[in-house]
Design a protein around this ligand. Structure first.
Ligand code: HEC
Ligand code: HEC
Ligand code: HEC
Length: 463
């Protein structure tokens, strides 16, 4: 009996080692940039934008794709690597086969397992043809000599062989399979969202091993860099339900009239999508709106009511003066949150100035209806940077003028007034953490980005 167990264990271990072991793919010479067709390189550029490669593979102030960005994870810090064609420190000596394998299987040229901070659990779905274009794009970038710092991981997480066990449990290799019951646009959206776009890397919750939860939990909301990434399934907290047109606009432009401006780690996703034909955002929107599903009759009715109302806002916060001017007045002097809102926020948020320069009517805001106050806290502390072509910030940061208790009162007031959701739990810890993050350079992470790599100084992933 014991012997039998031992045999099974040895055979099991042998099988695991055979599974875990990956051969080295021999280093080659660096392919000449002129050998790649310009159309192929252009296609690769578009695909790299969907994959956000430059966002993770560029250190603050560093050269694009030269790596070295610190990715804090619950297990320690992992640094992105140099994926420029430098022969010694980048991937210049990688054949296309080695690149294809890294995307499909999460294994480097030498046969070592890669950490899933590199989202190959999604990139495995990318087609060979698209990987070929990505390879052509990367091999024609400027070659930069730069070596990423050593990862800071405790034992056993620093042993790459351990990742084979993680993969066995959580990684399913394989190219995207189209759903024959859906049309081409839906399938394009699903391919982009689940593959290169790795939307659920932020928008799904993760287990204690840092793996995304699937099934019902897929796209049910997650977090990234201290921001909450809202549910994009039936649990979507958006007060005005998304439809394909509004979501296409949001993804392509980075804001939408009834939903507000994209912030934090979502901002570079949008600015990258904005460089592509709008049809790609439309495909993504088609797929995501289908995942969200039709709103419940109650939700639909509430949205109709909100849209039908002329700015009602907080009862009594705005009063019309004799000259027709609107003056902010707190309706309840005893309510400090209401008074703060009337004094500091109402002039912009209730003025009806169109987005993206005016503030959203906050009863339309997902931020105030979501399950966590993280996003409004970040916005209140840091404000929002100037949009392209404007000089001042569109919303000033209040980190210097409101203390933690005032922010908590403001949040409680806004939640009560602008959403139909139950009060948030005491946000004191979240406010303190957000303040600390902001102090160490969070402003950069708020960049709404343009085509320049919007590089948060630190990117946090669960891995
Ligand atoms: C969320 C952050 C993130 C994104 C987005 C990302 N990467 Fe990475 N990538 C990493 C990290 C971190 C590593 C290093 C993993 C390790 O050391 O095990 C890595 C490693 C790699 C490697 C292996 C390089 C080597 O030297 O071993 C390749 C190739 C690569 N990435 C290509 C890409 C491409 C192409 C894209 C866009 C389609 C991309 N990455 C997007 C984080 C990211
Ligand atoms: C790096 C993390 C990250 C990735 C990757 C990401 N998102 Fe987001 N997303 C966020 C965060 C954080 C927010 C909240 C931003 C805010 O409050 O402005 C967000 C907000 C959104 C919203 C607004 C939802 C609402 O109800 O207001 C949509 C829609 C969305 N993301 C879609 C996508 C799609 C589609 C993809 C893939 C193409 C994607 N996201 C990839 C982090 C991410
Ligand atoms: C100078 C004008 C201005 C002031 C003052 C201002 N905001 Fe904003 N705010 C904006 C603009 C513009 C946006 C971006 C558009 C949007 O998303 O609402 C914004 C966005 C927001 C959002 C995100 C809404 C969403 O879901 O998209 C919240 C929450 C918010 N502001 C709260 C506040 C609070 C609380 C105060 C007062 C402490 C305040 N704002 C003061 C202009 C302002």
């Amino acid at each position: 009996m014991a012997a039998g167990v031992a045999v099974v264990a040895v055979v099991g271990l042998g099988g695991f080692v055979a599974y875990a072991w990956q051969p080295e793919i021999e280093a080659g010479g660096r392919p000449a940039a002129s050998g790649f067709a310009p159309e192929l390189v252009k296609r690769g550029a578009d695909l790299a934008a969907v994959g956000n490669c430059v966002v993770c593979h560029t250190a603050p102030g560093g050269k694009p794709f030269a790596g070295g960005l610190a990715l804090p994870t619950p297990f320690g810090t992992i640094y992105s690597t140099n994926i420029t064609p430098d022969e010694d420190t980048g991937i210049g000596r990688w054949s296309e086969a080695a690149f294809q394998r890294s995307m499909r299987e999460g294994v480097d040229r030498e046969g070592r397992h890669l950490y899933p901070a590199f989202p190959y659990d999604h990139f495995t779905k990318v087609s060979d043809a698209d990987n070929q274009a990505l390879y052509a794009y990367l091999m024609t970038r400027e070659s930069i000599a730069a070596r990423a710092p050593e990862n800071e991981l405790p034992f056993p997480m620093n042993v790459r062989m351990v990742l084979a066990g993680w993969k066995l449990l959580f990684f399913r290799e394989g190219v995207f399979e189209p759903d024959p019951a859906k049309d081409a646009v839906w399938n394009r959206g699903a391919y982009l969202a689940e593959g290169l776009g790795h939307c659920s890397a932020c928008h799904s919750p993760r287990n204690i091993f840092g793996a995304e939860k699937g099934g019902e939990d897929h796209l049910s909301g997650g977090e990234a860099e201290g921001w909450s990434a809202y549910a994009l399934n039936q649990a979507s907290p958006a007060p005005i339900p998304w439809d394909v047109d509004s979501l296409t606009h949001y993804l392509h432009e980075g804001w939408e009239a009834r939903h507000g401006v994209a912030r934090g780690p979502m901002a570079p996703v949008n600015s990258n999508l904005g460089t592509l034909p709008e049809s790609e955002s439309r495909a993504l929107a088609t797929y995501i709106v289908d995942r969200i599903g039709a709103p419940s009759p109650e939700k639909q009715a509430r949205a109709q009511k909100l849209l039908g109302e002329t700015p009602a806002h907080a009862p009594g916060v705005l009063v019309q003066s004799a000259g027709g001017q609107t003056n902010p007045v707190a309706h309840d002097a005893a309510d400090r949150g209401a008074a703060l809102y009337a004094g500091a926020c109402s002039t912009c948020h209730d003025a009806g100035r169109p987005l993206p320069y005016g503030g959203l009517r906050l009863d339309h805001s997902t931020a105030l209806s979501g399950p966590s106050p993280s996003n409004p806290i970040n916005v209140i502390l840091q404000g929002l940077p100037a949009p392209e072509g404007e000089r001042g910030p569109i919303m000033p940061g209040f980190a210097g003028s409101l203390d933690d208790a005032q922010i908590a009162e403001l949040l409680a007031y806004m939640r009560r007034t602008y959403s139909d959701q139950p009060a948030w739990e005491d946000p004191a810890d979240l406010i303190a953490e957000a303040r600390a993050r902001g102090a160490e350079g969070g402003q950069k992470a708020l960049s709404t980005g343009t085509d320049a790599p919007a590089n948060p100084s630190k990117r946090e992933t669960t891995w």
